[in-house]
Design a protein around this ligand. Sequence first.
Ligand code: SF4
Ligand code: FE
Length: 480
Amino acid sequence: MKTAKEYLDSIKEMNFEIYLFGERIREHWENPIIKPTRNCVASTYELAEKPEYEALLTATSHLSGKKINRFCHIHQSIDDLVKKSKMERVLGAYTGSCFQRCVGMDSLNALSMVTYDIDQKYGTEYNKRFLKFLRYVQDEDLVCDGAMTDAKADRSLRPSEQADPDQYLHVVEEKPDGIIARGAKLHQTGAVNSHEIIVMPTRTMREDDKDYAISFAVPSDTKGIIYIYGRQSSDTRKAEGGDIDTGNIMYGGQECMVVFEDVFVPWDRIFMYKEWDFAGDLVEKFASYHRQSYACKAGIGDALIGATQLIAEYQGTAAASHIKDRILEMIHLNETIHCCSLACAHEGHKEPSGTYYVNPLWANVTKLHVTRHPYEIARLAQEIAGGIMVTMPSERDFKDPNIGKYVSKYLKGVEGVPIENRVRILRLIENITLGMGAVCYLTESMHGAGSPQAQKIMIGRTSNIDRMKDAAKRLCGIKA
Ligand code: SF4
Ligand code: FE
């Protein structure tokens, strides 16, 4: 297993083609906007080294029998699914951010099942190829980006009906030794913090769409892959030199637009090739796993609730009954998220490939709660913090030799609490509910792993309304 430092050194070696604010970023390891996002991924290595987190962050590989990082593991039991969820909460609280590595873990697990199922139907050898790749990922302790979301252009049209065929990533040429792929994947979490990029289709397909039904993995710095770094609210605060105004002084999330401009993929890295009838299945399996993964938001919720309690204490409002009530409401909403994630793990089952899969109905219920509860928790945090969270002067004013004394005098809270502590907590609440952190805590909660309607569709498909009707009929004596 890699240490956090070895991870950071290994990612520094990658020759990414990254653009940020219209400029090519060559020394990506030095960039102040990228750095905290890398530190965030590094925490998945750092905690794996600590004895107290070993049980959650490591597992035993079913391929090699070696100890590996859980983010590279294929779930072999219900216990693995439960530990995955607990690990995500711990890391969410530790980083207060999106630590990015779950996407790859969820892609690996989905592919472990779907490659097996395709082989059963078509006599192909995708599972063998996939397991070879998996062994490499486990042995080298790599970060994988899971790339699913296509650009899509006109959402009313299918992939093969688009005016521009590149709106969904597709094969443009077949060669003796591999294929050439073109297109783009949007909203790519942790893309330039990953060693490998795993491409998957984004939706169910019909036969006409078969050129779009492809899945493969390539090193993230493969020629032709271009990263256009997404900007986030207040991101330039990271480049201002101080740390107070960033709120979260160590960590952050990352999203990129990833362009595949005629990228070569060798055959042994291709895990689905035109089996259009399995595209929807791969999407569903990945999505259910990733919807369970949103236990991470309960972790960020822990940090936000802690910050809210602290600001109440610093400002002298903590004893008020309505403040106590709001804090309890925040805890209740936050625990609901984790309860659901754990429930879908406990109700998981073994698939024919041997991989354990979450209960998809409850995984989708988890994520639907996540599209709502963090918003309410954030609203309550803002109510308790007060307007000062957004009207407060900057770190530079606070430290200015002339006006700093006024800022300090009039930002005072409860006697004995350092003013800087109050300012830091307010900035953290601002970060999580409005700033860079809100990308991870709010927008990602809404749209990551699919928007609310995607969960409603799955809830409709996997719940049993007839059973509910039968229960009602029996109770009131309806026979037919
Ligand atoms: Fe992991 Fe959560 Fe980030 Fe998804 S949003 S990669 S589950 S931390
Ligand atoms: Fe996500």
